[in-house]
Design a binder for this molecule. Structure first.
Ligand code: SF4
Ligand code: SF4
Length: 498
């Protein structure tokens, strides 16, 4: 298949070998599971269990509000608490979490498996009730991406950050399940064509996928894409595979394309064929700061500290703990945070992996950031607009299309923290948009109330006018006289009917 060039990006030194070597390892149940009720884009889910209740594996614990996703019990357990805890990341909000104590029981409450030929609507319903969200990191509820027909489904196995190898491990162990899930997702989306993209340096995974695809009839095309960061970005992958660009401010759906991570595809197959909700995922635990890096199949809600123990514990080199890769990951202040649906890597970096803290210098307008930007943005211009609080101008220039990949930071000779500036500016834009939406909703409510009050007043006036008009007519006067006569007669002869 002919691949198209993508703009920018960087060839980063790979560090996947250490974690990829051991294959996919099991994770024994931790003493506690902690489940955030917001593991997806949208509002937190609403708990439907009580503290003290015993729950079976797969049982619904919380139901979605709006377009979110339900949360299920990863193991049979007892509910210990429902409490607010902060999400990972500096300044991240606190949201309700469920704290569970696994009981060791094998009790499960799975859904009834669906037949192979289930209708697309039934597949979409199953994917929604199984709590599937994008496991690649964005966390969009999967059912929401299947709400309209698409021409092409792309299954994304191009994990491009150095150190992360969870997709590699998953494909080597379960390529057949991923392909079957890809076929189900394509059927649910009404797509005729499915491409599975895998990085060209994931040789064993590529071979496993090609063997599984050939065995299953060869209807899914397995494509090797160059291992260049960030080839696994949704827009970059679409461009590399189809030569088409997602329009600025648009979505892949505008091109009739939908992209799912390989883990999401496998989860879709398990939800349909086995009736298993999303209760586990593969996580890479790696870096020079852990003794035995590896990939683990992890019950959701497992604390990071448990995974670090499984990976042999911290080494003396450990300096920084990240959830995610070195380019787009979130620094953690401690290892008590749990693994959620979108967390694919625990990375413990050493001193020499950290960028030296240097003072940023003035922009010299070299343009290296623009050359490196895979979203074809002009980071130096966005920087100026963000620092001047000219957010509308920055929006015009494509700020919302910044994928926060960090390429511009690495390219910048002046060590300007461009990505962090853009992340904050995007947050400010979102907050401002939310405030504007709130204000518009309040104005609409006020106007609707005013209109209702005016309508009611007009109706009252009309009724009064009608009564006055009726009272003034000869028939009304005659009727009133007749009523008065009847009342008088009744008072004089109380025993006779009036
Ligand atoms: S962080 Fe944003 S601006 Fe910088 S290179 Fe990536 S997409 Fe471009
Ligand atoms: S790379 Fe840095 S110094 Fe060069 S133009 Fe971009 S922001 Fe300015």
């Amino acid at each position: 298949m002919h691949l198209h060039a993508i703009h920018g990006g960087l060839a980063l030194e790979g560090h996947k070998a250490a974690s990829a070597a051991g294959g996919l390892r099991a994770c024994p149940p931790p003493p506690r599971l902690v489940l955030a009720l917001r593991q997806h884009a949208g509002l937190p889910a609403r708990p439907v269990v009580a503290v003290g209740e015993r729950v079976a594996r797969g049982q619904v614990l919380a139901l979605p509000e709006g377009s979110g996703a339900p949360v299920h019990a990863p193991l049979a357990a007892r509910v210990l608490a429902i409490e607010d805890r902060p999400l990972p990341g500096q300044g991240a909000p606190a949201v309700p979490h469920l704290v569970l104590e696994p009981t060791g029981s094998a009790e499960a409450a799975l859904l009834a498996p669906l037949p192979d030929d289930a209708a697309p609507g039934a597949l979409r319903t199953r994917i929604a009730e199984a709590g599937l969200v994008g496991l690649g990191g964005a966390g969009f509820p999967t059912a929401g991406k299947l709400d309209a027909a698409r021409e092409l489904v792309i299954i994304n196995g191009a994990e491009c950050e150095p150190w992360i190898s969870c997709d590699d491990a998953l494909l080597r162990a379960h390529a057949g399940e991923v392909l079957r899930g890809a076929r189900l997702l394509a059927r649910a989306a009404g797509a005729r064509r499915v491409l599975l993209a895998v990085e060209d340096d994931m040789r064993e995974a590529l071979a496993a996928c090609r063997a599984a695809a050939a065995e299953d009839g060869g209807d899914i095309e397995v494509v090797a894409v160059p291992a260049r960061y960030p080839a696994g970005g949704e827009r970059q992958l679409i461009q590399a595979l189809t030569g088409r660009e997602v329009p600025r401010g648009g979505l892949p759906r505008d091109l009739g394309i939908v992209v799912f991570n390989v883990g999401t595809a496998r989860a879709a197959w398990r939800a349909v064929a086995l009736g298993e909700p999303l209760v586990e995922r593969v996580v890479t635990v790696t870096g020079p700061g852990v003794a035995q890096p590896g990939n683990f199949l992890v019950p959701l809600g497992t604390p990071v500290s448990h995974l670090v123990e499984l990976a042999g514990g911290y080494t003396p080199l450990a300096r920084r703990l990240l959830l995610g890769g070195p380019m787009m990951g979130t620094a953690l202040a401690h290892d008590d945070f749990p693994i959620g649906k979108t967390q694919h890597c625990v990375l413990v970096l050493g001193e020499r992996d950290l960028r030296p803290a240097t003072e940023d210098m003035p922009c010299i307008r070299c343009g290296d950031c623009a050359s490196a930007c895979p979203a074809r943005l002009l980071p130096q211009q966005l920087l100026w607009q963000a620092r001047a609080d000219r957010l509308d101008d920055a929006r015009e220039q494509g700020l919302p299309d910044c994928i926060e990949c960090g390429c511009c930071d690495l390219a910048c000779p002046s060590h300007i923290p461009l990505t962090e500036t853009f992340r904050r500016a995007k947050g400010a834009l979102l907050a401002r948009d939310a405030d504007a939406a709130d204000a518009a909703a309040a104005k609409a409510r006020f106007e609707a109330r005013q209109q209702r009050l005016e309508r009611e007043a007009a109706e009252r006036e009309a009724r009064l006018a009608a009564r006055k008009a009726a009272a003034a007519s000869p028939e009304a006067v005659a009727a009133a006289l007749e009523r008065a006569r009847a009342r008088r007669a009744a008072q004089q002869n109380p025993d006779e009917p009036a």
